[in-house]
Design a protein around this ligand. Structure first.
Ligand SMILES: Nc1ncnc2c1ncn2[C@@H]1O[C@H](COP(=O)(O)OP(=O)(O)O)[C@@H](O)[C@H]1O
Ligand SMILES: [Mg+2]
Length: 265
């Protein structure tokens, strides 16, 4: 449903941030995007829903380029982004207003708005917080409100850009559970993360290095074939154990299942 074809991007001329990025994401996939600081992950995220447009190449959603101004609303609707800092995402003064603002932006008819608010708040278990102001919410609750705002738009892909990195362990677990739930319900989920222990929960890894895709494959193959340290990535616990035991080759499916299961309780 989402396709990057030979995408180039720079903020300042002569300083390429993305250089010829190619990949596509199918409906319902769960993908991790990893890479060192400054490798272009957040830039890539913003290209996914037209917040940024490619300087060359194309980003397409269902075959239509995000650069088509007539498609801007449907692009914003189809792909929702959740960012790192929960405080940067609140535009209005309350949870309900936030959802309404998002829906009005994509011109959802007024008659539909109440139902969508109820459903979205239920999905993130925030029904009781509809009238809360941002300062009355914890970091995790603010992220769940941001997720509700995106869900109310009924996207088909939701991307989390290090969305748990500023949360306490409880808030982090809540948001990770929601990712799993949304994936189970059929949404495509993309997580940008620097926690390698979170990667096995997904079915696919994209490694960005200096603005290009350096690996695209399963987590098992990724950990077996990639020298994580040379990309400034820390090895996950299970991989360190695997190596300490002197085992070689791809990690077993059994390990991958257990690693994925840790997020599913
Ligand atoms: N708004 C911006 N203006 C200018 N340069 C930027 C801006 N945002 C990011 N960059 C630069 O683009 C590169 C990639 O940044 P980013 O996409 O945020 O990487 P990552 O998320 O992988 O850390 C970095 O060199 C960063 O300094
Ligand atoms: Mg980033």
């Amino acid at each position: 449903m989402l396709e990057f074809e030979q995408v180039y991007f720079h903020y300042r001329k002569g300083q390429e941030v993305l250089r010829g990025v190619n990949f596509s994401i199918q409906a319902g996939e769960f993908v991790s995007i990893v890479g060192g600081n400054g490798s272009g992950k957040s830039t890539l995220a913003k290209l996914m829903n037209g917040l940024l447009l490619p300087r060359a190449g194309a980003v397409r959603i269902d075959g239509e380029p995000t650069s088509d101004p007539h498609r801007l609303q449907s692009v914003r609707q189809a792909v929702g982004l959740i960012f790192q800092n929960p405080d940067d995402q609140f535009i209005t003064t309350g949870v309900r207003d936030e959802i309404v603002f998002g829906l009005e932006n994509i011109r959802v008819p007024a008659a539909e708005i109440t139902d969508r608010i109820t459903q979205a708040l239920r999905a993130v278990r925030m029904e009781r917080y509809a009238d809360s102001a941002p300062h009355e919410l914890s970091g995790g609750q603010k992220q769940r409100a941001a997720i509700a705002t995106v869900l109310a738009m009924r996207p088909r892909l939701i991307l989390f850009d290090e969305a748990t990195s500023m949360l306490d362990p409880h808030g982090r677990a809540d948001v990770r559970r929601l990712m799993q739930e949304l994936h189970r319900q059929g949404l495509a989920v993309v997580q940008i993360t620097h926690h390698m222990d979170e990667v096995p929960a997904s079915g696919r890894v994209l490694l960005l290095d200096q603005g290009a895709v350096a690996f695209d494959g399963t987590p098992g193959d990724f950990f077996a074939s990639t020298d994580l340290e040379s990309y400034a990535l820390e090895k996950p616990f299970a991989v360190r154990v695997h190596e300490a035991l002197g085992l070689t080759g791809s990690l077993s499916d059994d390990w991958k299942e257990r690693a994925a299961a840790q997020w599913k309780n």
